[in-house]
Design a protein around this ligand. Structure first.
Ligand SMILES: Nc1ncnc2c1ncn2[C@@H]1O[C@H](COP(=O)(O)OP(=O)(O)OP(=O)(O)O)[C@@H](O)[C@H]1O
Ligand SMILES: [Mg+2]
Length: 380
């Protein structure tokens, strides 16, 4: 209620002032006629407001305007706007407002303000309103600006993030496509070949021999089924949803151990299931999966230390091996990363969820990758 009254009061006073404004004799009188409330609004709003004459000499600026330059409002009185901020394009816009008596609004055209050393590059929505005498002649201009730098930067960052996300998704698709081609595609080709062979009448086989050759196809079909299951698990391990990340890590290590029996895994888990934010679980699994696949594919290691823990500083997953190591700078160079996305995608996934990713590798000694998140973070 309180708020509403104040607002209505403000509106009423604005109307009164508008009436009064028509009677004003000179622009110098304007600020003195402003009542206390408007004075307060003028001096406390975050909007930058400057009042100037038709030659663009500043008469009065508000606190926000002065602060943006780190100065006192008094500094500006009597100074010319375009001596302070030279800009020929804007000068012609200002002149047109004086000439035509129509306001100008640059809401959709952010003003890149690069010239000022203190401000750096900032972006502004701004409007220029003519103030007219009773006769209709323009006697002054009100320039108001809103700093939208933060918004523009946030939007830029968001776009950047989305781009990364799209690339990560694209890579994921390429990966799945390749998997389908390499595994299921191969199996199906073999099955087709086997079937054609069995049905080849020219071979002149006995019925028994034909049954035998058909039977030989069954393991190929079985293999294809397993491939489908593997790709499916790879895409989204249902275990992650059903049993959680800790159980999934255990399961993954067991499977890994079965396939790569000469790589010993030492696991250290010091985090509770409910301490791991839900959206991180998939990322953590993916990072583990890729790190372990890389170890199997490239490292020649016989020992892996896996550590998943929560401390006051972070929730962190680290995977270390004692393999041959490599030069991460080189592996991530543009030329190489075009074809390989394992490391890139671990990094992207971690960063997208607000974490940080690091990789250390010493040739001949081993490799350590780590993904960590601030303990209380979560994607919103
Ligand atoms: N644990 C490791 N030990 C030794 N070298 C590694 C290890 N992990 C990665 N590398 C090296 O870094 C390179 C890049 O790894 P990355 O996972 O990005 O691509 P990739 O495994 O070659 O291909 P992809 O993951 O796309 O199938 C690898 O080709 C390999 O040379
Ligand atoms: Mg890889």
């Amino acid at each position: 209620m309180q708020k509403k009254r104040t607002y209505e009061e403000l509106e009423k006073r604005v109307r009164e002032l508008e009436k009064e404004g028509a009677k004003r004799k000179s622009i110098e009188e304007a600020p003195r006629n402003t009542n206390e409330l408007l004075e307060k609004v003028f001096s406390t709003t975050y909007m930058l407001i400057a009042y100037m004459d038709t030659d663009f000499n500043l008469i009065r600026v508000n606190h926000a305007y002065a602060m943006a330059d780190g100065r006192d409002p008094e500094f500006f009185a009597g100074k010319n706007h375009f001596e302070l901020y030279p800009n020929e394009d804007n000068r012609s816009i200002f002149s047109r407002v004086v000439e035509k008596g129509e306001p100008y609004t640059a809401y959709t055209k952010p003003f890149k303000y690069a010239e000022h050393p203190k401000r750096g590059i900032t972006y502004w929505d701004w409007t220029l309103q003519p103030v007219k005498k009773g006769s209709g002649e323009v006697e002054g201009l009100i320039l108001s600006l809103v700093n939208i730098t933060r918004r523009i930067k946030a939007e830029g960052a968001l776009r950047e993030n989305q781009k990364h996300f799209m690339t990560a998704q694209e890579n994921e698709k390429k990966r799945v496509a390749q998997e389908l081609h390499d595994s299921i595609g191969q199996s199906l080709t073999a099955i087709k070949f086997g079937l054609e062979n069995s049905l080849d009448e020219k071979a002149g086989r006995t019925a028994e021999a034909q049954v035998e050759s058909l039977r030989a196809i069954i393991p190929l079909v079985q293999q294809a089924i397993e491939e489908v299951r593997r790709i499916h698990t790879d895409l989204r391990p249902s275990m992650l949803d059903d049993l959680g990340i800790l159980a999934t890590i255990n399961w993954f290590c067991r499977e890994f151990q079965m396939i790569y029996s000469d790589i010993k895994i030492k696991k250290h888990v010091a985090v509770q299931e409910n301490e791991v934010p839900e959206p991180f679980k998939m990322v953590i699994f993916r990072v583990l999966q890729e790190a372990m696949n890389n170890i199997a594919k490239h490292s020649d290691a016989n020992f892996v230390r896996l550590c998943f823990k929560k401390t006051d500083e972070a929730i962190a997953l680290t995977v270390e091996d004692n393999g041959r190591g490599f030069d991460p700078g080189n592996a991530l160079s543009l030329k190489n990363s075009e074809k390989r996305f394992g490391i890139t995608s671990m990094k992207e996934r971690t960063k997208l969820t607000g974490g940080s990713f690091a990789i250390k590798s010493i040739p001949g000694v081993g490799t350590a990758i780590s993904a960590s998140w601030p303990p209380d973070s979560s994607i919103t």
